[in-house]
Ligand binder design. Structure first.
Ligand SMILES: *Cc1c(COP(=O)(O)O)cnc(C)c1O
Length: 415
């Protein structure tokens, strides 16, 4: 459920007509609904409320400072994958004690900075990384809190590019090795074993894979406990899917109830790292129709947002709903909605039935996650503006980039 709805055939973001946002801020434009973000955060809180828990919003889904600040105010922790994301969390007022740090390739600098900042937990993704963390912690005289990201070899049954829990993926430590690594690390005075972690994939539309994964983590928990290694949390990662088209993912409470049932008798906190489910449907991308044309058998609707603004369709062949900001009654044509970037894969949607002409506004729904966060300046196109809407108010949360900023760090040399 979100707060982007039609009234009299005009699309609104909460109580603001999106056409008036376009007049004020231009296109392409990301628009977020504060009420939707709050609603999602609350539904995760409620879903977890019967057990000790920490919701660590996965920053990479949308790292906008305003969104991080809103999450922090609502009590969220954060799952980060880089020092840059940690700096964003701190800038937005996030509590470092609620931050977990994932990622297969943390640098020495990133590990040292995280340890000095006093984050909650480093999610370790290889044995080599574990010993590196131990060395850095020793140099700093700090005891590093860690969880091992276990690869439970469970199929998340999602798109191969966003499946991460199979034994041949680059992520985590394989289930069979994890126990031995825990045992070795438990001898170290510079390591505090804090948790077991997994993240098996993204856009899961069933809760079963996560239940299967948690069942495996639970076995490991017992084995560790029997060997005197006590942990304080089990981190089930993120991955809950959203509705882009006809998917019917479980609600946060449906998703969590089976997990909580498995863990209800053990005295550990449940950490969860939702990204997409928190922000996807809280954002839309507004774009203006530049031209329509016919090539061969195809109608093209050429818009001013491209794969540099929203890469999911080009990168994963993701289907995202494209709707008219102003629903008209005329005949619809079947269009490929494409951007201005010089790549044949630069499309937002294919075979869409629309009634559009030059100047009309289209909205790409479900664009709040992995939209702005994955945008680039390819083709020397500026990073677009972003606004947050709350009730009948709107505010810029990122200014449109000035074109000269794109090359501001470059120097012309004549060697
Ligand atoms: C990307 C990621 C998440 C969030 O995944 P979603 O599918 O967006 O919920 C959580 N944890 C880790 C380790 C990730 O890499």
């Amino acid at each position: 459920m979100d707060y982007f709805n039609y009234k009299d055939n005009e699309l609104y973001a909460e109580d603001v007509k999106v056409s008036s946002l376009v007049k004020e801020y231009g296109t392409p434009l990301y628009v977020y609904s504060k009420a939707t973000l709050q609603r999602h955060m609350r539904s995760f809180e409620e879903a977890c409320s019967s057990h000790k828990h920490l919701i660590c919003y996965a920053v990479k889904a949308n790292s906008s400072l305003s969104i991080l600040s809103l999450m922090a105010k609502m009590g969220a922790g954060f799952d980060i994958v880089s020092k840059g994301e940690l700096l964003r969390v701190l800038e937005a007022g996030g509590d470092p004690k609620k931050v977990v740090f994932s990622g297969v390739g943390k640098t020495d600098d990133e590990i040292a900075f995280a340890l000095k900042t006093g984050i909650n937990c480093l999610n370790v993704e290889s044995e080599a990384e574990a010993y590196n963390i131990e060395n850095i912690a020793r140099d700093l005289g700090i005891k590093a809190k860690i969880a091992i990201r276990v690869n439970p070899n469970v199929d998340a049954k999602t798109h191969p590019s966003i499946s991460t829990g199979l034994k041949n993926n680059k992520f985590g430590i394989s289930y069979d090795k994890a126990f031995d690594v825990y045992k070795k690390l438990s001898q170290s005075p510079y390591i505090q074993i804090s948790g077991i972690d997994c993240h098996i994939g993204s856009q899961m539309t069933s809760g079963q894979p996560i239940v299967d994964a948690v069942a495996r983590l639970l076995e490991l928990y017992h084995k560790l406990k029997d060997n005197g290694i006590n942990i304080d949390h089990i981190d089930i990662g993120g991955g809950l899917g959203v509705t882009y088209g006809d998917e019917t993912p479980p609600s946060p409470s449906e998703f969590m109830s089976a997990v909580i049932a498995l863990l209800k008798d053990i005295d550990v906190a449940i950490y969860i790292e939702p990204g997409r489910a928190m922000v996807a449907n809280a954002g839309i991308l507004l774009t203006q129709v530049l031209y329509t044309k016919q090539n061969g058998d195809k109608n093209f609707c050429i818009v001013d947002a491209g794969m540099n603004d929203l890469i999911r369709p080009a990168l994963y062949n993701s289907w995202m709903n494209i709707i008219e900001a102003n629903k008209k009654t005329g005949p619809k044509l079947c269009y490929d909605v494409v951007g201005p970037v010089c790549e044949s894969d630069d499309f937002l949607g294919k075979d869409r039935h629309l009634c559009v002409e030059r100047g009309d506004i289209l909205a790409v729904r479900g664009a709040g996650a992995y939209g702005s966060a994955m945008s680039s300046t390819y083709n020397s196109r500026a990073l677009c503006a972003e606004v947050m809407v709350s009730g009948d108010k709107s505010c810029v949360i990122r200014k449109r980039q000035d074109l000269k900023e794109i090359f501001a760090n470059e120097v012309i040399v004549d060697l």
